[in-house]
Ligand binder design. Structure first.
Ligand SMILES: Nc1ncnc2c1ncn2[C@@H]1O[C@H](COP(=O)(O)OP(=O)(O)OP(=O)(O)O)[C@@H](O)[C@H]1O
Length: 294
């Protein structure tokens, strides 16, 4: 459905994207992860045909997105990282404008999306908060029921309740066979929706992974507080990977094998357990290390 092949764009200062290649199958939700400045938006602009690649190409449903501009737009819904709204528009006039570009959309679908995302489309866009503008952009990307939806950091600015509504929308569309590509800084957002994810750093794809494989390498840090020092000492000798300890508290690093941790922990009297999840940056670094070793 979507093929990105060796796309390269070099900006001054040796920044840019280099030989970016991946494919997204029909009905797949594909995550595009990377830190600030990694090249996510640049790749997405090439996918949308807004930038001419110095090398390589992008195809959506067989159309070359640079050469066949205009011919694939109806197939695609797009949420840019930052939406440029025209002066003086309300949410309604923007969505009317976007509907006309799409050749008309179902008014019921549009109204349903606005209701679920909970905003007043009559509000002038210049008076809207970042989150409200983001909601208008999401409606514009979804309302014409496109086959492919491309979203550049879709949940930035959305509160947790609206993030949940957004994830539900994605999963519903996925069930209907819609193909998604979405960029994010947030591993947790990607893991709730995506089948596979590419990780980009310094303009290069460093890994394309099944999301379950990423979850398996994601380390969890369990902070266990024991009732007494003797239990703590016995637990320290259990052979688990101890990150640190202090007083009656031990931090254990667990990667994948939760059974072993729970079996060991169940032998002692525990006052409390807190959980810290390894952040995305650390997972990236793990990948670097692993790829280096392989
Ligand atoms: N038009 C441009 N001219 C020059 N440099 C650019 C241009 N667009 C992007 N860059 C540079 O290319 C690199 C990749 O930028 P890009 O916006 O694609 O990153 P990103 O992964 O989307 O980051 P963020 O998460 O911060 O949005 C950055 O170093 C950026 O400064």
């Amino acid at each position: 459905m979507l093929t990105v092949s060796q796309v390269t764009k070099v900006f001054p200062g040796s920044k840019g994207i280099f030989d970016v290649s991946f494919t997204v199958e029909k009905g797949e939700v594909f995550g595009f992860l990377g830190p600030n400045g990694a090249g996510k938006s640049t790749t997405i602009r090439h996918i949308m045909g807004f930038m001419k690649p110095a090398k390589g190409y992008v195809q959506i449903n067989g159309y070359d997105t640079w050469k066949d501009q205009g011919r694939f737009q109806k197939l695609v819904g797009y949420l840019p990282g930052e939406i440029a709204f025209m002066e003086g528009m309300t949410g309604k006039s923007f969505l009317d404008f976007m509907s006309s570009l799409r050749g008309g959309v179902s008014q019921e679908r549009r109204a349903e999306l606005i209701k679920r995302l909970q905003f007043d489309e009559r509000t002038p866009i210049r008076k809207m908060s970042k989150g409200m503008k983001q909601k208008v952009g999401i409606v514009a990307a979804f309302m014409h029921e496109p086959e492919v939806i491309i979203l550049d950091e879709p949940t930035s600015g959305l509160d947790p309740l609206m993030q949940k509504v957004f994830i539900e929308l994605v999963l519903e569309e996925k069930a209907k066979g819609t193909t998604f590509l979405m960029s994010s800084h947030s591993f947790s957002e990607i893991e709730r929706t995506c089948d596979r994810a590419a990780i980009i750093k310094d303009g290069k794809i460093i890994a394309v992974k099944n999301i379950h494989e990423l979850q398996a390498v994601q380390r969890k840090l369990f902070e266990v507080t024991f009732e007494n020092r003797a239990d703590r000492d016995a637990f320290l000798g259990s052979g688990l990977t101890i990150d640190s300890y202090q007083d009656n508290q031990v931090r254990v690093s667990v990667q994948g094998d939760y059974n072993r941790f729970t079996q060991e922990a169940s032998k002692y009297r525990i006052r409390s357990i807190d959980l810290f999840t390894q952040n995305l940056e650390d997972i990236f670094m793990d990948y670097y290390d692993r790829e280096g070793r392989d």
